[in-house]
Design a binder for this molecule. Sequence first.
Ligand code: PYC
Length: 404
Amino acid sequence: RGAVGGKWPRAWREHDLESSYDAVIIGGGVHGLATAYYLARDHGMRKVAVLDKAYIGSGGSGRNTAILRSNYLTPEGVRFYDRSVKLYEHLAADLNYNVMFSQRGHLTLAHNDASLRTMHWRTEVNKLQGVDSEVIGPDRIKDLVPYLDTSPDTRYPILGALYHPPGGIVRHDAVVWGYARGADAHGVHIHQQTEVTGIDVSHGRVTGVQTTRGRIATPVVLNATAGWATLISDMAGVSMPVQTFPLQAAVTEPVRPFLDTVVVSGTLHVYVSQTDRGELVFGASVDPFASYSMRGSLEFTEGIAGHVLELMPALHRMKLLRQWAGLCDMTPDYSPIMGPTPVEGFYVDVGWGTYGFKAGPVSGEAMAATLATGKPPEIIAAFGLDRFGDGRLVGEKGAAAVGH
Ligand code: PYC
């Protein structure tokens, strides 16, 4: 759909809130919108509402650092995120929307023997799942990223890296808008500025959702929020083993392209990539205390600047343009919580820690199948809420930006 008479058509429509829907999805981020899109497209379920208390993509989907990769450590995680990378590879064509996925390669640096060992471990798990990863040494790292200081006499010398060629970055809001437009075209109603204030449960089953615009009767509710995962689940009487922490990020002024891989250092708690606009995007680890704050802090700026300069001293004259924080709902095992809950009809797609954005497409596909059939597909079977009671945790030490 292009501009007609110089005016761009609206990508998704506004609707009156109907008094009932077949399914209500809480959270208009990439997970909620992707679920709605696949529900309508693949399962023919079109009387679906997506609710967001602000505007779509205003939560974690607009606050991440847009990194895509599948080089995790657990076989369950690698398979899951690899399916997401595969869906991202075709997303622009599927949605007819340029999401600017740039598979420029992803490097996780190792500064000590213990990390190098973990990189070898991840490589082997990745290869067994058919995912392209290898451990490379400082010379190849320097070829890929000439601006990195790979000399042996730095405070944290680079001993090697896990190199993952399929990884890269994407334009995050294009993903949100593309899914929104696709869902709208299949008949889904997207309701922005519509805050959920309560979830009605009767005899152990969901019956409706209370919102600031009125009540909706529905037999199926999905909590696809990040930052508010526990608060929304509490409304249905389901408690989640989740704690919420801010994660801060920042971008610099734009400069000519010089960095065409994603560089991550777990030891230095930093990751860096360059967007197509030329800005450098920096992110840190989650803040060390639980909070719902979405503001940046001076400590973060000082810390990140120091760490980036340890890796790339040549950047010392660059200026930061802006900084922000996103909310990370952390679970005890660094894996998400997806599937049914003890309340019939109430499903969750939460606990997205620092890994949610990249999982949007696969989560949407899998949650759509779960909502349509009532049964989670194999690809998310390991991530059910019941694993905490049963002691079947999926310890995902390939998660980034968390202090393991
Ligand atoms: O999983 O690659 C990642 C990531 C980077 C920043 C936060 N998560």
